[in-house]
Design a protein around this ligand. Sequence first.
Ligand code: FAD
Ligand code: DHB
Length: 391
Amino acid sequence: MRTEVAIIGAGPAGLLLSHLLAQDGIESVVIETRSADYVASRIRAGVLEHSTVELLESVGLGDRLRREGDEHRGIYLQWPGERHHLDFVDLTGRSVWIYGQTEVQKDLVAARAAAGQEIHYEVTDTALHDLDTERPYVTFTDVDGAAQRLDADVVVGCDGSFGPSRAAVPDGVKDSWERVYPYSWLGILADVAPSTDELIYAWHPDGFAMHSMRSSTVSRLYLQVPNGTDVADWSDDRIWDSLATRLGHGHDGWQLNPGPITEKSVLPMRSFVQTPMRHGRLFLAGDAAHIVPPTGAKGLNLAVADVGILAPALVALLRKKDPTLADSYSDNALRRVWRCTHFSWWMTTMLHTSDDPFDAQLQLSQLRWVTSSWAGATGLAENYAGLPIGF
Ligand code: FAD
Ligand code: DHB
């Protein structure tokens, strides 16, 4: 097989990249280890920042988002006895949208299917070759067990945090930075109307809690738990009791409505960045190059921003033989990656509690500042609602 761009991974980064390239007539083939159903049903992110929505709309992927998504002006930040609303629209002119990653994925799959995009699901043995030549290629075993070779002008690793692309950059060329956090999130989906109109991020001595949502009938909530937590130790009652305590059920008459839990999982948290995001004819995008802890809602948005920068760079490289944008891709993308890495770390360390009483006082002081100072609130809002794609 031969194509112009070989894309490894059919998550949001891979499928959006194939969509953006196709707008400029660039052909791509996507390969994916999982089944289409598995990829479409993974419960992950839920918040789209302003520039993500703008980009999706600009390429015909905004219709269902506008119809079925929910626009939020901001978030609530709280600690025991106090809840404050930050209005991002007043502070920055930008809003965010609640629209699950599952829905973004469905829209991408539908758009690519309508365009006849070649996607090979359930492949194994993905390997990358000759990346520092102008004739790179990818080998894999297809779903029928046949060995395949895909020749391309460019290979893009959109294969998430466990894929082979990141490791294909030679030692001595790559650098990496990592922070592992001493806590995880226990996340649930529940068939119950949200008890809040906008997301609540709650600091509590028992640990962080968050109330998000997927629709008017489905709530998504998270609890800070120790690393190594087994979901089996968390009965539905224990989860709802902890959420009620940490989210302030009963304070000022606010009530948390419990309901049937349909999904429960534990998510470890880390920050990770590998540089550069390009080596020869290999480009990395999304979780393949960087991971953020989920507190700032940045993972999916960063993946979208990466391919928003990469697509025009590949168009210039392949159509006009102009390497300027491709050469600056890594530096351009990393500016935003490090901004989001800092923001996600900052939100995480401000809101997750430890045994250290000194840390707790600093966190509360920070929260008071962010919720009472225009400058503090605007800094958070600007980062949360998202910087322009080219930042
Ligand atoms: P992915 O979505 O991971 O897609 C990569 C694809 O590559 C996958 O489909 C994978 O199967 C495929 N692949 C892997 N190896 C190979 C191979 N060898 N060959 C071919 N294909 C391969 N972000 C938030 O903002 N908020 C959240 O609440 C949130 N929750 C999350 C919960 C979980 C459990 C996880 C894992 C992530 C969460 N994230 C969240 C992060 C967000 O979902 C990711 O940042 C986003 O999915 C990145 O998109 P991507 O396309 O780069 O990677
Ligand atoms: C969701 C996840 C996040 O990490 C976040 O910061 C906000 C919302 C969610 O799953 O809805």
